[in-house]
Design a protein. Structure first.
Lengths: 281, 267
C-alpha cells in the first residue's frame, strides 16, 4: 500500500470498515439471508400437481395447512416436547459435572474433566447415534445388562439427542460457573446460606444466561434433527422428518413447515435476548 | 466452597455417572468392531481383528474420507478469511446494525440444520439453477463454519484491546506492518483453534450436506449414513466408527495445546 493511500484510508474509517466487512457481509447477506428469504418466498408459492414443479402463484394455503391440520399440531407438539425434555435432561446432567469442574476439583483434575467432556464432541455424530441404536435395540446392550430396554422409539430419541447435545450444555454452564467469583459463594455461606440456598439465590441467577445459551443449542439442534430420529426413533416422526419427507414431494409446503420451525426458534431467541444469553454463545 | 463430606461424595458420584454415560456408548462401538460375529450381538461371541483388515481395503470409506478432507479444508479456508474480517469489523469499529450483524453470524448454527440445508438447496437449484456439487457443498459448509472462526478471533481481539495496535502505529508502523508484526502473531493460535473447529464441524456435518452435496458426491458422513442399515456393512461401519472415536483425540489434543485455555477454543 502506498503512503498516500494509507493516509487516505486512515482519514476515512468508513471506507476502512467497508473494506473489512465487504466480503463477509456480502457472503452472509447474499448466500445466507438470500437463501432464507428465497425459502420464505417458496413457502408462499404453490406446486403444480401434474408436473410437480414450483409455480410462482402467490398463496397462503401452505401456511393455512401447516397451521390448521391436526397432523402438524401433533408433530409440532411432539417435537417441542422432545426438545424441552432433551434440554432439561442435559441441564440436569451438566450442572453437577460443570459445578464440580469449576468450583470443587483441583485445577489439574478440572482440566482433565473438561477434556473428557469435550472429547465426544469431536467424535462422529452418526456413530454416536448408531451407538445408541446398539444400546436400545432388541437383544442390544441394555437388554443384556439391565434386562430391559425402551426399544426404538420416542424415549430412545430423547436419550440419544440428550447424549448428542450434552457437551453443548456442559461448556457454557462451566464457563458461566467459572465467572462466578468464589468470594460470592463464601459470602453467601458466611451469611448463613446453606448449599441449596446459595445455589438458588447466588449461583443460579449468575449462570442463567449461560444456561440459556446452552439451551439454544440443545433446543434448536433437537428441533431440526431427523437423522437420529431415523436411526433410533423407530416409526416416530418429528418436525425434521416431516420436512424431509415433504421436500421431495411438495417443496412449498416443506418450506412453510421449515418456516414454522424458524418462527419457534425466533420466538425463543427474542424471549431470551434480554438475559444477555446471545453474547455467551 | 466448603461442602459437607456427603455432598462432596454425591457430587463426585454424579460426575462419575455422567462420565460413564458419555463413554459407555462409544466403548460399545469400539468393542463391537472386534466382534467375530458379522451381525451385532451383545456381548460379542469372540474377538477378531478381521474387520479392521477388511475396512482398510474398503475403497468406498477411504474415498469418502478424502472427499471430506478436501471439502473441510476448502470450507475452513473460506471461513478463516471471512470470519477473521468479520471479527475485525465487529470488534474494532462501532457502526449502525452492529448487533444485528453479530446475530446474523450465529444464525447458521442457531437455526436447525434442516432449515439451512433446505434454504441453500432451494436457492442453488430452484432460484439460481446451479447444479449441486462440490461448489455448492463448500459454499454451504463455509457458511456455517464462519461463526466458529469469528468467535475465536473476536474473543482474542477483545482480549488484545486496541491500545497495542495504536502504540505500534504511533511508533510509525503502517496499518499493514502493525497487522503483520503485532496483531497477527497474537491471533495465530486463535486462528488455528478456529480453523480446527471449522474443519471438524465440516468433517462431521451430515444434514446440510445431505441437501447440498448433489448426487455422486460421498463425504464420510454420507457414506456412513448409507451403510448404517446394511447388515452386510455393519462390521466395517463399526471399524470406521471406532477410527473416528479414536481420531477425536487428535483435535482435542491440538486445541488444548493451541488455545492455552481449558475449554480449547469456543464452540
Amino acid at each position: 500500500m502506498t503512503t498516500a493511500g494509507a493516509a487516505y484510508l486512515h482519514r476515512h474509517p468508513r471506507l476502512r470498515l467497508a473494506g473489512v466487512l465487504g466480503a463477509p457481509l456480502t457472503w452472509l447477506v447474499v448466500v445466507y439471508l438470500g437463501s432464507l428469504s428465497a425459502l420464505l418466498l417458496t413457502s408462499l408459492w404453490t406446486q403444480d400437481s401434474f408436473t410437480a414443479e414450483v409455480v410462482r402463484i402467490w398463496t397462503l394455503d401452505n401456511f393455512r395447512a401447516v397451521l390448521t391440520e391436526p397432523l402438524y399440531h401433533e408433530v409440532l407438539l411432539r417435537t417441542v416436547s422432545v426438545a424441552v425434555a432433551v434440554t432439561l435432561i442435559d441441564l440436569a446432567l451438566a450442572l453437577p459435572i460443570a459445578f464440580y469442574m469449576a468450583k470443587v476439583a483441583r485445577p489439574r483434575v478440572a482440566k482433565l474433566l473438561v477434556v473428557a467432556c469435550l472429547m465426544p464432541l469431536w467424535a462422529s455424530y452418526l456413530i454416536k447415534a448408531y451407538a445408541w441404536r446398539l444400546l436400545v435395540i432388541k437383544d442390544g446392550v441394555f437388554e443384556h445388562t439391565f434386562g430391559g430396554s425402551p426399544g426404538l422409539g420416542l424415549v430412545a430419541v430423547v436419550m440419544t439427542l440428550a447424549y448428542l447435545w450434552l457437551p453443548f450444555m456442559i461448556l457454557p454452564v462451566y464457563a458461566g460457573l467459572e465467572r462466578v467469583p468464589d468470594s460470592h459463594l463464601e459470602a453467601s455461606e458466611d451469611l448463613g446460606g446453606r448449599p441449596w440456598r446459595t445455589f438458588r439465590s447466588v449461583v443460579w441467577p449468575a449462570i442463567l444466561p449461560s444456561v440459556i445459551a446452552g439451551s439454544i443449542f440443545t433446543f434448536s439442534l433437537s428441533l431440526g434433527d431427523y437423522i437420529s430420529v431415523n436411526i433410533v426413533g423407530g416409526t416416530s416422526q418429528m418436525l425434521g422428518n416431516l420436512i424431509y419427507a415433504q421436500q421431495t414431494l411438495d417443496l412449498p409446503i416443506a418450506a412453510a413447515t421449515a418456516t414454522l420451525s424458524v418462527v419457534v426458534m425466533a420466538i425463543y431467541m427474542l424471549l431470551v435476548r434480554r438475559t444477555g444469553a446471545l453474547d455467551r454463545l | 466452597m466448603t461442602l459437607s463430606r456427603l455432598s462432596r461424595a454425591v457430587l463426585a458420584t454424579a460426575v462419575v455417572l455422567v462420565l460413564v454415560v458419555i463413554y459407555a456408548p462409544l466403548a460399545v462401538v469400539v468393542i463391537s468392531s472386534f466382534s467375530s460375529s458379522k451381525t451385532f450381538g451383545w456381548p460379542p461371541p469372540s474377538y477378531t481383528l478381521h474387520w479392521w483388515g477388511d475396512a482398510w481395503s474398503s475403497g468406498g470409506a477411504l474415498h469418502a474420507v478424502g472427499v471430506s478432507v478436501q471439502v473441510g479444508l476448502l470450507a475452513m479456508g473460506v471461513a478463516l478469511f471471512l470470519g477473521t474480517l468479520l471479527a475485525f469489523g465487529l470488534s474494532r469499529y462501532r457502526f449502525f446494525g452492529r448487533n444485528s450483524l453479530s446475530l446474523l453470524v450465529i444464525l447458521p448454527i442457531a437455526l436447525p440444520g434442516i432449515v439451512t440445508g433446505m434454504a441453500l438447496k432451494n436457492a442453488f437449484e430452484v432460484m439460481l439453477g446451479i447444479q449441486l456439487g462440490y461448489f455448492t457443498l463448500v459454499v454451504a459448509h463455509a457458511t456455517f463454519c464462519v461463526v466458529v472462526v469469528f468467535n475465536n478471533v473476536r474473543a482474542r481481539l477483545n482480549q488484545l484491546g486496541g491500545s497495542i495496535e495504536e502504540a505500534s502505529m504511533d511508533l510509525g508502523a503502517s496499518r499493514w506492518t502493525t497487522f503483520r508484526l503485532v496483531t497477527f502473531p497474537f491471533l495465530r493460535t486463535a486462528l488455528l483453534a478456529g480453523g480446527l473447529l471449522a474443519f471438524a464441524l465440516s468433517f462431521d456435518e451430515i444434514i446440510v450436506t445431505t441437501f447440498t452435496a448433489g448426487a455422486g458426491i460421498d463425504t464420510l458422513p454420507l457414506w456412513i449414513n448409507r451403510n448404517l442399515f446394511r447388515p452386510s456393512q455393519s462390521p466395517v461401519v463399526n471399524v470406521v466408527g471406532s477410527c473416528l472415536i479414536l481420531a477425536s483425540i487428535i483435535p482435542i489434543y491440538l486445541s488444548q495445546r493451541l488455545s492455552g485455555s481449558t475449554t480449547g477454543g469456543r464452540v
